[in-house]
Design a protein. Structure first.
Length: 119
């Protein structure tokens, strides 16, 4: 008989619970109603962990942003390096060296005779 006297949940009870919960939020009694005083440390710890998680994700986002910027700079520097390498290679050709020497007014040029081999 004890089981038959128990009240069972109905859909209308959910509406009443929701209405009372919203009213408690607006009056400022929600924490008192759910007896959050004895769980305050747990709630504060949970908020601290959530804050640390958000802060850590922001720091990771900042690091990834720096990596993207540095990749762009590195790509630009690789292009400049390839251009400079090409310039150096073109300057070391024989014809380019001879032309630069002629422009500078030097008498040094291509040899006209064979080298003398000493025995």
């Amino acid at each position: 008989m004890a089981e038959s006297n128990k009240r069972k949940w109905k859909i209308s009870d959910l509406w009443t619970l929701l209405r009372n919960g919203v009213a408690a939020i607006f009056t400022g009694n929600l924490l008192l109603r759910i007896n959050a005083g004895k769980y305050f440390i747990h709630i504060a710890y949970t908020f601290l962990l959530c804050w640390i998680l958000i802060f850590q994700s922001l720091m990771a986002e900042n690091v990834l942003n720096k990596v993207e910027k540095n990749k762009a700079k590195l790509n630009e520097l690789e292009i400049i390096y390839a251009d400079k390498t090409f310039e150096v290679a073109s300057m070391s050709r024989r014809s380019a060296v001879a032309k630069r020497l002629k422009d500078l007014g030097s008498d040094v040029g291509e040899p006209t005779e064979q080298a003398i081999i000493l025995e």
